[in-house]
Design a protein around this ligand. Structure first.
Ligand code: TTP
Ligand code: MG
Ligand code: MG
Length: 368
């Protein structure tokens, strides 16, 4: 059988690049895009940064206050709140362009997609390189955004490849070069290997993909469970048969937390509700979902569970919609249960949609 030819596109420092595009005077200055939680002026986390800021150690996920400390000598540093509407508009336009070039298309997140172009190039990776370069040019001329492209015989490898040379890169992994390319890489480069898994693997003496490839699959299954164990084994050996396909959307995204004390005092519950709303929001935005419904769950002191949900007028991606709706719903819910205190509280968004709904790779790994 001819090798498949899969192309993975990941937009470079996406949110920050969108901001630079809107305001070119930001280029060459450290740009930090922030998700402010609103508790104090600087509370919240860094969403992403441009490469100027990354070179100084400021990256996704760190607290905003920490980023400010690192950049305190840089008078030219800029801190901006996320502007989801802008990023979504740009993302949608680029995804539409990419979709039109693919035999099969799968959007994986707001800034990533897989394209199956096997038939188009008839297994020829040189031709695929030409298409990769052409896509980069078209994206840039349409939206003034750079991206990095990986081309490989399967999705996992294409994704590792797009991350290999960034920003503005293009990396090809020919079928006969798979292990040469993959094996020297650290296991952390593999999708699904986070800090925790990396640590666990390191304790097992696994640092590189070559190490991982050589571990007995049974051992990996014992340690990581049947799905992940097999996934780690196969991908380290360059094997991945997952088709590129648009999938049905997931049902909902929810977050639940236990309160410090049982209470029905709204001012004590609202900060937690807000934090959960931010987390659910962040996941939905990163995965490219819009939600049409917002709900709250309350686990009461007598172990009963109560929930309320509300459908919005139209699909939304706004944090504010989650916060205001869930705050209202919490009040309604408490009014309906006059005597009980809440022990745990949850926020959920559901009725999810994408441009053309699909399940992300991340979710696949979580659910499979
Ligand atoms: P990524 O593609 O992971 O990162 P990036 O595009 O900023 O940088 P790179 O050049 O390495 O691809 O994520 C896409 C967007 O998702 C990112 O611009 C902002 C958002 N995001 C968060 O809000 N929080 C996070 O922790 C991460 C990783 C991304
Ligand atoms: Mg990106
Ligand atoms: Mg990405």
């Amino acid at each position: 059988m001819e090798s498949r030819v899969i192309l993975h596109v990941d937009l470079d420092y996406f949110f920050a690049q969108c901001e630079e595009r809107e305001n070119p005077s930001l280029r060459n200055r450290p740009v930090v895009v922030c998700v402010y939680s609103g508790r104090t002026a600087d509370s919240g986390a860094v969403s992403t940064t441009n490469y100027v800021a990354r070179a100084l150690g400021v990256k996704s996920g760190i607290p905003i206050a920490f980023a400010k400390r690192i950049l305190k000598e840089r008078d030219d540093a800029v801190f901006l709140p996320v502007n989801e509407e802008l990023y979504e508009r740009i993302s949608e336009s680029i995804m539409n362009l990419l979709r039109s070039h693919a035999e099969r298309f799968e959007q994986e997140s707001i800034d990533e997609a897989f394209l199956d172009i096997s038939k188009k190039v008839d297994g020829d990776f040189e031709k695929a390189e030409g298409i990769g370069l052409q896509l980069k040019r078209e994206i840039y001329s349409k939206e003034r955004i750079t991206c990095s492209v990986g081309i490989a015989p399967n999705k996992i490898l294409a994704k590792v490849a797009s991350d290999f040379r960034k920003p503005d890169g293009l990396t090809i992994v020919h079928p006969e070069e798979v292990t040469n390319f993959l094996w020297p890489l650290e296991v952390g480069k593999l999708y699904g290997v986070g800090k925790k898994t990396e640590k666990k693997m390191s304790e097992m003496g696994i640092q590189t993909m070559a190490d991982l490839a050589k571990v007995d699959v049974q051992k990996l299954i014992e340690t990581f469970g049947p799905n992940l164990g097999k996934y780690f084994h196969d991908s380290a050996n360059g094997i991945d048969d997952e088709p590129v396909e648009e999938r049905e959307g997931r049902e909902q995204i929810s977050r639940i937390a236990t309160l410090k004390e049982n209470t029905r005092d709204a001012p004590k519950i609202t900060p937690e509700l807000k934090r959960l709303a931010e987390e659910a929001h962040r996941e939905s935005v990163t995965e490219g979902w819009k939600f049409r419904s917002v709900g709250v769950l309350a686990f009461m002191e007598d172990l009963t569970v109560h929930s309320r949900s509300r459908t919005l007028e139209s699909p939304s991606s706004k944090l504010e919609d989650i916060i205001s709706t869930s705050t209202d719903l919490l009040k309604e819910l408490l009014d309906g249960i006059p005597d009980l205190q809440i022990r745990r509280i949850g926020v959920k968004v559901s009725n999810l949609s994408k441009q053309e709904g699909q399940k992300s790779l991340e979710e696949f790994l979580k659910l499979s």
